[in-house]
Design a protein around this ligand. Structure first.
Ligand SMILES: Nc1ncnc2c1ncn2[C@@H]1O[C@H](COP(=O)(O)OP(=O)(O)OP(=O)(O)O)[C@@H](O)[C@H]1O
Ligand SMILES: [Mg+2]
Length: 230
């Protein structure tokens, strides 16, 4: 099983969105895929997949946690275990324990790919995933604005320090092109991150389009060439 962490120190650049898109696309290519939600303080992935509205029973026993099944995609998140209405006011060690628990105790079955939806920042979750588990591939998500670029440099530095294989960079919410037009990485991204591969660029999309793309393959998938990084 290949494990790929979808990373960025910057919040809100599209890590969760891209994790789901990649997972769906891999599924379409007949791979068995799981998603580990490593965002303990701000887990979003189950909300995006409409988890709360579905009539799902979570089975739990002493050792194995049944993942949520979203159209065949296996998703494990702290949300399966705790009440999502309240914030988790937890210190680092508890966060690390939770991430490791989800990784090691979810009943993943046979998977080809496990995608890890990372939280923003460069702290505990990153150290836990990359030092205490066997994840050693990362796809870095960024936007082309100066704040995101600044934080992306930090993300890349962190990954280099931890000796993680950087598969490349995904530019999200590009304003250089619109849906339906050929995708081109923004000049800033190409110049500043010239030593890295730009795996793909996604245009700025409407919310409706994003949600539709989680349910079925849409035009958005034309922009992602899996051969670039799997
Ligand atoms: N290509 C896109 N075009 C337009 N909006 C997008 C695009 N990708 C993501 N978004 C929107 O941007 C917001 C942030 O996306 P998302 O939650 O995936 O980011 P994130 O990096 O996972 O955030 P966090 O750091 O909080 O975990 C969401 O509202 C999402 O729908
Ligand atoms: Mg997220």
């Amino acid at each position: 099983m290949k494990k790929i962490a979808i990373c960025s120190a910057k919040g809100g650049v599209g890590k969760t969105t891209i994790t789901i898109l990649l997972a769906r696309l891999l599924q379409e290519n007949n791979y068995k895929v799981g998603i580990l939600d490593a965002d303990i303080y701000g887990p979003n992935i189950l909300q995006i997949t409409d988890f709360n509205k579905r009539n799902t029973r979570i089975k739990k026993n002493d050792t194995q946690l049944a993942p949520f099944n979203f159209n065949g995609l296996k998703i494990s998140s702290i949300e399966l275990l705790t009440n999502s209405k309240y914030p988790r006011i937890w210190r680092g060690p508890l966060l690390a324990r939770s991430v490791k628990y989800l990784m090691n105790n979810t009943d993943w079955g046979r998977l080809d790919y496990l995608l890890i939806d990372m939280p923003p920042g460069t702290g505990d979750a990153y150290l836990t995933i990359f030092k205490d588990t066997d994840v050693d591939n990362a796809l870095v998500v960024t936007k082309a604005d100066i704040f995101s670029i600044q934080d992306t440099k930090k993300t890349l530095e962190l990954l280099k320090e931890l000796k993680i294989q950087i598969l490349g960079i995904a530019e999200n919410m590009s304003e250089s092109f619109a849906l339906g037009q050929p995708g081109v990485p923004s000049k800033e991204i190409k110049n500043i991150f010239s030593e890295h591969k730009i795996c793909f660029s996604l245009p700025n999309l409407g919310q409706k389009q994003i949600f539709k793309s989680f349910e079925a393959s849409t035009e958005v998938y034309n922009y992602i060439n899996l051969d670039q990084f799997i």
